[in-house]
Write a protein that binds this ligand. Structure first.
Ligand code: ADP
Length: 244
């Protein structure tokens, strides 16, 4: 008996990753193949089946594109081949803008509540990368929210950081899975999230991006009650006076 070495652990992780990627790519491909075969075998000429099968094929194509884009992004991050381009941004304005965009386009009856400081809070962030992180968290919150539920957005200013949270009243995440949701390809319920179009990579990417900003990200949840995703970003209140 011997301890599992760091190298063995890495090798095992790599094998899991390749097997996960293969599986994730094979599923949409086999779906597309069946529908294309059905179209070729006559469904194309059927006015009701034809358009439906084509739509499904298109949706699966989009899922694959999302997956491959997410994978490329993770691979860039693994090779340290990604830079963040931070600029000074008022986080309140920045966050409001993202939430407004969701409020304009949301198709579900879900309420938004914002608990924000009255004053501007300047932080140094890469707007594009953080937009991507927050988009993913809000999309999840919307996906898992019940009809008529409320999503609460909060910005708390602490001594040397800000704490941002997004809470939903959705299905929640079982206690034993709460850490794992930040792992690559981890999904609480594979079948359900597949239907909802997830890749299982969103929170893994978020973790890397928040880490690159010098912050932390974690989750709190109660099954059947809701989920809160929280992250921090470094904040230096003295800094503002220097350049304003
Ligand atoms: P996905 O693309 O599958 O949404 P994520 O990495 O964004 O991937 O999330 C990983 C998993 O965490 C999801 O599949 C889901 O099971 C769970 N999860 C994330 N956010 C929430 C939430 N707000 N409520 C319930 N479950 C969530």
């Amino acid at each position: 008996l011997h301890d599992v070495t760091e190298q063995e652990k890495l090798d095992a992780e790599r094998r899991d990753f390749v097997s996960n990627v293969s599986h994730e790519l094979r599923t949409p491909l086999t779906t597309m193949r069946s529908y294309l075969e059905a179209l070729k075998d006559g469904a194309m000429k059927d006015d009701s089946l034809g358009p439906r099968f084509l739509s499904i094929t298109q949706l699966e194509t989009e899922r694959m594109i999302r997956l491959v884009n997410d994978l490329l992004q993770l691979s860039k991050m693994d090779r340290r081949n990604f830079d963040i381009h931070p600029t000074w941004v008022d986080f309140v304005t920045f966050f409001n803008y993202i939430i407004d965009r969701f409020e304009m386009t949301k198709e579900r009856n879900v309420n938004f509540r914002r608990l924000f400081p009255k004053e501007a809070v300047f932080v140094e962030i890469d707007e594009d990368k953080l937009t991507q992180v927050i988009d993913n968290i809000i999309s999840n919150a919307l996906k898992y929210s019940p009809e008529g539920g409320t999503i609460t957005f909060r910005i708390k200013v602490l001594d040397d950081k800000i704490e941002v949270s997004i809470s939903d009243q959705g299905i929640g995440i079982p206690k034993e899975n709460i850490q794992k949701v930040f792992e690559r390809f981890y999904r609480v319920d594979r079948a359900r999230t597949r239907q909802l179009g997830g890749t299982g990579l969103g929170l893994a990417i978020a973790k890397e991006m928040i880490g690159a900003h010098g912050g932390d990200i974690w989750a709190k949840s109660k099954e059947g009650k809701g989920t809160t995703i929280l992250f921090t970003l470094p904040y230096d209140p003295g800094q503002e006076d220097d350049w304003l």
